[in-house]
Design a protein around this ligand. Structure first.
Ligand SMILES: NC(=O)c1ccc[n+]([C@@H]2O[C@H](COP(=O)([O-])OP(=O)(O)OC[C@H]3O[C@@H](n4cnc5c(N)ncnc54)[C@H](OP(=O)(O)O)[C@@H]3O)[C@@H](O)[C@H]2O)c1
Length: 327
């Protein structure tokens, strides 16, 4: 048996229930993991509310770290006793133990503790594919300027550091003076409080009117139009989240009028569809952490039973950096 967080209906934080579930044995291609920590992500909120649909009842959580307890037939890259971490479908990491597909599970390097492993996989692999593989035409080169929204959040603080390591000037937006200071401390070259300042005007000012080569936007509805206005001609807007709500349909002609722009709506799960690619991306992430270029900040820790408070804090914009459930 395991304690786990499950929902029977979509809704607010109150729909999450702590339940006892049976953990079976792993089938072909699966492993059973005993968690030491689980990561919290904004996608968990979208799944809880039903914005991202899943069948009910639904166990929540997309990120975790722990020890392999049992290995199913055909799994060759993992063994019983391995320290592991993952970011993966299907949901269900808010628990003590689970059975899951092995292909998204990787060995956790000895120098990385379980809480850090649980905090960094979904957010760190996201920054990996955004900054390395979601680039404007001609690529990103040292000295280029990008705009990254929610720069003091879980994904955001990793992006600030990763961008600095790539020699990029990252202009970060954040929702308070304290969050702006944190983004600057972690590698942003400029920070804009988008609750009190006009971020489009500030980006134009910072870039001498040229605009940026790429915008990474996880806010969605509230920032989409402004994000397009921050781009230089041929620039790329990657909308990769919906913290303020999904982006409505828009007139494609806008992209021509604003300078032959590109828009993409990527998801990590396309990038980690194969085991080989997942391992390559994880190796890159582990290398960035091992070198000290990227430090994973865990600013909030919650017990499994306090998961509703964790979701309230995330949605109320009270958190910075990563949050984990300790198990
Ligand atoms: N597509 C993908 O592959 C992928 C993968 C991972 C994450 N994501 C997305 O990346 C974003 C960041 O994820 P995260 O887990 O690291 O969360 P997070 O950034 O730690 O938290 C979300 C932040 O968004 C900002 N925000 C702005 N408007 C908001 C609103 N109306 N409601 C709530 N928050 C608002 C807040 O920061 P301020 O107070 O500074 O504004 C808040 O702290 C999320 O949108 C997530 O869905 C996408």
């Amino acid at each position: 048996m395991t304690r786990a967080i499950q929902i029977q209906q979509f809704g607010g934080p109150e729909v999450m229930q702590l339940v006892d579930l049976t953990v079976g044995e792993p089938g072909p291609g699966e492993v059973r993991i005993r968690h030491h920590a689980a990561g919290l992500n904004f996608i968990d909120v979208y799944q809880r509310t039903g914005l991202y649909p899943n069948a009910l009842p639904l166990a929540l959580g997309m990120e975790g770290a722990g020890i392999v307890e049992m290995v199913g037939e055909g799994v060759t890259h993992l063994q019983e006793g391995d320290r592991v971490a993952y970011a993966s479908q299907p949901p269900g990491s808010y628990c003590e133990a689970r059975v899951m597909p092995a292909k998204c599970v990787v060995q956790l390097p000895d120098g990385i503790d379980f809480e850090t492993g649980a905090a960094m996989m979904l957010k760190g692999l996201t920054v990996q594919y955004l900054l390395r593989s979601t680039q404007p035409q001609g690529g990103l080169k040292p000295g280029d300027t990008i705009l990254f929204h929610a720069a003091a959040g879980g994904v955001g603080l990793i992006a600030c550091q990763w961008a600095r390591a790539m020699g990029l000037n990252l202009i970060g937006t954040a929702g308070s003076p304290e969050k702006c200071a944190l983004a600057l401390e972690m590698g942003a070259s400029h920070a804009i409080n988008y609750r009190t300042e006009d971020f489009v005007a500030r980006v134009k000012e910072i870039t001498g009117g040229r605009g940026v080569k790429a915008v990474y936007d996880s806010i969605g509805r509230d920032t989409f139009a402004g994000s397009l206005d921050c781009l230089a001609p041929f620039g790329l807007l990657a909308v990769y989240g919906n913290a303020s709500g999904p982006v409505d349909a828009f007139n494609l002609g806008l992209l021509a009028a604003k300078g032959s722009l590109y828009v993409t709506r990527p998801t990590l799960f396309t990038h980690i569809a194969t085991r080989e690619r997942t391992q390559e991306m994880a190796d890159d992430l582990f290398g960035m952490v091992a070198s000290g270029a990227v430090r994973i900040r865990i600013d909030q820790r919650y017990a499994l039973a306090d998961v509703a408070q964790a979701h309230r804090d995330l949605e109320a914009r009270k958190t910075t950096g990563c949050s984990v459930l300790t198990l």
